[in-house]
Design a protein around this ligand. Structure first.
Ligand code: PHE
Length: 347
């Protein structure tokens, strides 16, 4: 057999082998392997092309042409097979098993404090109250002066204040230290009779521990009319706490001092755990401390633009976190703003 015929025969044989192999290939990886095997640098095919240097010019043309067309043929074949393999899908493998339990959808939810606030707002709206609001960045007048705490008044030291830089030295800017600023803001623009609550965030410049935070929430209540009295306060508070804790709650008041109320009281509720018999939650006294309250000081009415002696009202303010802690038995106030999902997810 001539050299030329031998080479032609080898080329045809390679072509046949390639055809069968490509036909059998089951995935794209195998196709890539075959590409290397049949057309790669070390393949028999390239070996044959190298041998062409030993044949005559005429033979070179003929064998060369055949080699070229076979190469194109194998390349096209590989390409087509690759395409069909990557687009085809295995019906068996893709079959949908509708009995497999679905992946659980992760859902967000409200922060426990937001829930508590919503609950409180619902209870008070049902009792005919309006929800009022005021700024967290407040001026000295609304946070202190108008609440009967003039600049040199020692009561200002009761609350550790975050002062902001401000041009106006006569009426400086603070982060509000309580929600009582809303009392003034509301009375400046409304006339009695009215009943409002004002929940919101407040700030105190103090070190934090399990019961103290620099940023926390209060909710203020303010009820003003011609004959509002302490009895009204006790009734509304007792109603609210009974609804909030979903059990009968008693109220107790003790004498106290706030510049913006006269008389002023601290008030307690009967222990939500033992109902007043004494247990570890109330340290055996049967009562839990809630917050401050009192009858609105006439100076506050005057600062808000009402005539002295015309109206009477009661106000209170207490910590939202404390209520949430009592309701859900949370032992550390710092959990609320820790951002720890293990805490948040329990609510
Ligand atoms: N503003 C007071 C405080 O933050 C609470 C309070 C409000 C007391 C209204 C009496 C009346 O401590």
């Amino acid at each position: 057999m001539t050299n030329e015929n031998m080479l032609k025969e080898k080329i045809v044989k390679i072509k046949q082998e390639a055809l069968t192999a490509v036909e059998k290939a089951k995935n794209v990886e195998e196709i890539l392997q075959l590409e290397i095997q049949f057309l790669g640098r070390k393949s028999d095919f390239v070996g044959i092309l190298r041998q062409l240097k030993d044949v005559s010019v005429e033979e070179k043309r003929e064998v060369g042409q055949l080699a070229n067309s076979v190469k194109v043929e194998i390349q096209t074949l590989l390409e087509e097979k690759k395409k069909s393999l990557s687009s085809s899908f295995d019906a068996q493998a893709e079959k949908i098993d509708v009995t497999i339990p679905a992946l659980k959808m992760r859902q967000g939810h409200l922060h426990p404090l937001t829930k508590i606030q919503n609950e409180i707002e619902d209870i008070f709206t049902s009792m005919g109250f309006e929800i009022a609001d005021g700024p967290e960045v407040e001026d000295e007048f609304h946070n202190f002066d108008a609440l009967n705490m003039p600049k040199d008044h020692p009561a200002r030291d009761m609350q550790d204040t975050f002062w902001l830089k401000s041009e106006n030295k006569k009426n400086r800017i603070v982060l509000r230290t309580h929600t009582s600023n809303v009392q003034i803001r509301y009375m400046e623009t409304h006339q009695p009779p009215f009943r409002i609550i004002a929940p919101g965030r407040i700030y105190r410049n103090e070190a934090s521990d399990s019961t103290h935070e620099h940023t926390f929430h209060q909710f203020e209540a303010l009820v003003v009319g011609d004959e509002i009295n302490v009895g009204n306060f006790k009734f509304v508070a007792q109603q609210f706490f009974s609804k909030f804790f979903k059990k009968e709650i008693q109220i107790r008041i003790r004498p106290s001092f706030f510049p913006f109320t006269e008389p002023s009281f601290e008030f307690d509720i009967s222990c939500t755990i033992c109902g007043g018999k004494g247990c570890s939650a109330c340290k055996n006294v049967g009562w839990l401390e809630i917050g401050g309250a009192g009858m609105v000081n006439q100076n506050v009415f005057v600062a808000s633009g009402y005539p002295r002696g015309k109206y009477q009202g009661f106000a209170w303010g207490f910590g939202l976190e404390r209520l949430a802690m009592m309701k859900y038995k949370i032992d550390d106030i710092r959990h609320f703003h820790s951002g720890d999902l293990r805490f948040i997810k329990q609510f």
